[in-house]
Design a protein around this ligand. Sequence first.
Ligand code: IPE
Ligand code: IPE
Ligand code: MG
Length: 255
Amino acid sequence: MPIKFPFKKDKKHPRTEPLGLEESHIPKHVAIIMDGNGRWAKNRGMPRIAGHKEGMGVVKRIVRYASDVGVKVLTLYAFSTENWKRPKNEVDFLMKLPVDFLSTYLPELIERNVQVRTIGDFDVLPAHTQKAVKEAMEKTKDNDGLILNFALNYGSRFEMVHAVKQIASKVQQGELDISEIDESMFSQELYTSELIEPDLLIRTSGEQRLSNFLLWQLAYAEFWFTEVYWPDFDESHFEKALYDFQNRKRRFGGV
Ligand code: IPE
Ligand code: IPE
Ligand code: MG
């Protein structure tokens, strides 16, 4: 059945004609590389952090929309293991964003039955960032609606090297034989072990690269790119991405 989902119209986000998404064919797991905040701000003569702040509002809209259309998992790339290279004031701002985001938005996430999770090297994040995110995870852990999965201090290579070390150590301890190592076991050592694989990857801002995001997990995902900077991304772009996904033919190596 085709579905139509209303979303809040305003001057900045006029509602376009609904494209008519097929309810039975919504991607279960959508991963997004939210890129272009800095350039968005620069174009307006504003500091880069103004772009990050604006981008936070977009996260709220997109989470609502994803949960309305029945996406099961939404993984958002919020901070990469390489983003520590940025100026200190920008890194500090980015580490405060989860605190700001959750302080205003956690009640709605709870009301919407959203479960908050993270992937990435969590323990090295600043204490205030950890505290806000842990609180959100704790308060939403029993929710069974949309899984909102933040990639925070996430790097795919780090993740895979960590997995290799875990497996190697089991072999060394004699708990595991090399012949038992297979793809499914490797997947079980990744941060995403409890999640289904992404069906659709979206990247904004015109860049067409993965920047160390979910290299293993995206093996068979559909990729969708847009020139739009993340702070300008809205429900109509997301709807178009889902619509295009629905019109692709996935073959998984078959015919
Ligand atoms: C994405 O926007 C947000 C993060 C990486 C945290 P950028 O900050 O990378 O924006 P650009 O790519 O410099 O425009
Ligand atoms: C990827 O964007 C990381 C996030 C969106 C969090 P970057 O802006 O860091 O990627 P590069 O540097 O353009 O590859
Ligand atoms: Mg960028």
